[in-house]
Design a protein around this ligand. Structure first.
Ligand SMILES: CC(C)(COP(=O)(O)OP(=O)(O)OC[C@H]1O[C@@H](n2cnc3c(N)ncnc32)[C@H](O)[C@@H]1OP(=O)(O)O)[C@@H](O)C(=O)NCCC(=O)NCCS
Length: 145
């Protein structure tokens, strides 16, 4: 199964908005319609649809960071029907690769709600480390690329 990031376009944006996390995960991420709106107002944003082969399974939002060399993974979600199959991990790696290759990023940052144990486990095992900072109430992690 090949996991790819493809741009959100006028052809797929409605389907991206229909993607949903599980009912117990609602507090962990904003709905994708908010992510697409964030991309509209933040210069340099890249909203991506995550495809596993040709099936739409998730959403990623990347933005330039405030510090030179930083890139931020603002959003990562896999629809509840497709979770637990390795797509989240592959989408995360694809996002880091994209930031490194296309933006010469040196560091990728992200943050997560403290109760989100699944996201924490994924990020730790992918080499992200806590920076000790909080973004609002969210725990900030970073990885050198
Ligand atoms: C977090 C999320 C992106 C992970 O995507 P996924 O496709 O389900 O995860 P993967 O199948 O790639 O698994 C990656 C890791 O997640 C963890 N994980 C997967 N399923 C899990 C489960 N049922 N319970 C706990 N941890 C689990 C494991 O650490 C796993 O590592 P492994 O590959 O060594 O087993 C996805 O669950 C999601 O969209 N959650 C809701 C939105 C969210 O919380 N996004 C992150 C916000 S910061």
């Amino acid at each position: 199964m090949t996991v790819e990031l493809r741009p959100v376009t006028r052809d797929n944006f409605r389907a991206v908005i229909r993607l949903e996390v599980g009912p117990d995960q609602d507090g962990f991420v904003a709905p994708n319609v908010v992510g697409i709106a964030q991309a509209y107002v933040h210069p340099g944003s890249e909203p991506f649809a995550v495809y596993a082969d040709d099936e739409l399974v998730g959403f990623v939002l990347l933005q330039p960071g405030e510090r030179a060399g930083d890139h931020v993974l603002v959003r990562l979600m896999i629809d509840h029907r497709f979770q637990g199959r390795g797509f989240g991990r592959q989408a995360l790696e694809a996002a880091v690769d994209h930031a490194a290759r296309e933006h010469k990023a040196e560091v990728v940052r992200l943050s997560f709600v403290p109760a989100n144990d699944r996201a924490r486990a994924l990020y730790l095992s992918a080499g992200f480390l806590e920076t000790g900072e909080l973004d609002d109430t969210e725990i900030v992690m970073a990885r050198r690329v």
